[in-house]
Design a binder for this molecule. Structure first.
Ligand SMILES: [Zn+2]
Ligand SMILES: [Zn+2]
Length: 346
């Protein structure tokens, strides 16, 4: 591919593993999809539900029995999720289950504090000027006023000390005790980026995602440099890359887990040749993601009105090139990161 010539080593990987890559990206058959979801529904013990497929509309969740009022119909674990970077200024949430953490005072104080630093996150607060974040503290106070009041002139900015004492819990806001929040548990890797509502969430996140994505210095992770570059790119372009990194991290960790389990069992099975290949383990680890198969963006985006039907092929090619232009540094960083993780895990 011309577009990734900036780093020929990764194109080499694309060539070398083209068979594996196309196997991973192949859409699952309707039968595979049905089997996967039937198994999932059974595992989650949601007896009144069924996933059905429809050639025109895709997958759907159907009720196959009547439910009582207030009955819990479905409770499932989130596969992969991430908080928008811009939303991080507005609220402090558990990095695994996304519930609010800390206290009402911390939530409000932190938000005011970060806004005062010029990290205003909400689009409606932003003026047209792109350099507004470089404005002085006074200007930021003004912006804050404009956001939260219909009459900005009357708004008196809060002193920095007041904001800090709210954030640090020295000031108690009225009725805040009626809304208790779980206290924040910080990431054991020491990245200072991930906080949790409980040890349970901290451990689960580490097990499923964060152990490969933590930038904590003390970990001595060989991929830390690549990871920091990747985060910088995601922050500067599109935070969908975080979600992609989590999906990949989940897959690698699931793969490592089943490989370790196979190794344990292998001691017993070696003689009867009951050995599952590494690649089929990887396919199995990737399965939950592959079940959400969609065609690539440039293959399925709707044709704009002003593009003639006959020009469809060249239009899609243009969109594909655009996507590569925007995404290639992120993809290369992901590839670099995956490559380091994979080699490190041997
Ligand atoms: Zn949580
Ligand atoms: Zn961490």
């Amino acid at each position: 591919m011309e577009s990734c010539s900036s780093s020929s080593i990764f194109c080499q990987l694309d060539k070398e593993f083209s068979k594996e890559i196309s196997a991973l990206l192949k859409p699952p058959s309707p039968q595979q999809v049905q089997e996967y979801f039937d198994k999932l529904v059974k595992m989650r013990q949601c007896n009144g539900l069924k996933i059905k497929q429809d050639g025109n509309y895709g997958k759907g969740v159907y009720a196959v029995s009547d439910f009582d009022e207030g009955e819990l119909v479905l409770k499932d674990q989130m596969l992969v999720g991430a908080q928008h970077s811009s939303n991080k200024v507005d609220c402090l949430v558990c990095s695994y289950c996304f519930r609010f953490i800390g206290s009402i005072e911390l939530q409000i104080g932190r938000k005011l504090y970060l806004q005062n630093l010029g990290l205003s996150a909400r689009m409606e607060c932003a003026t047209e000027s792109s350099d507004e974040e470089d404005d002085s503290l006074t200007a930021d106070h003004d912006k804050l006023g404009q956001c939260s009041s219909s009459n900005p002139k009357k708004k008196i900015p809060l002193p920095k000390e007041t904001i800090e004492s709210v954030m640090n819990g020295y000031v108690e806001l009225p009725y805040s005790k009626q809304f208790p929040l779980p206290s924040a548990v910080s990431c054991s890797g020491g990245c200072g980026e991930a906080y949790y509502c409980s040890e349970i969430c901290a451990e689960a996140d580490w097990e499923f995602f964060h152990s490969l994505l933590c930038t904590g210095k003390s970990l001595g992770t060989p991929s830390r440099e690549a990871l920091l570059k990747f985060i910088q790119h995601a922050d500067g372009t599109n935070d969908i890359f975080y979600l992609a990194a989590k999906a990949i991290s989940l897959t690698i960790l699931r793969y490592k887990k089943s490989k370790a389990a196979q190794f344990q069992e292998g001691k017993h099975n070696e003689t009867n040749g009951n050995d599952i290949s590494d690649f089929s383990l990887l396919l199995e680890a990737w399965k939950p993601i592959s079940m959400g198969y969609k065609r690539r963006w440039w293959d399925c985006v709707a044709l704009p009105d002003d593009v003639d039907y006959h020009d469809e092929a060249s239009f899609r090619e243009q969109i594909r090139e655009l996507a590569f232009e925007v995404m290639s540094p992120g993809i290369l960083n992901i590839k670099n990161f995956v490559w380091i993780c994979a080699n490190h895990s041997e």
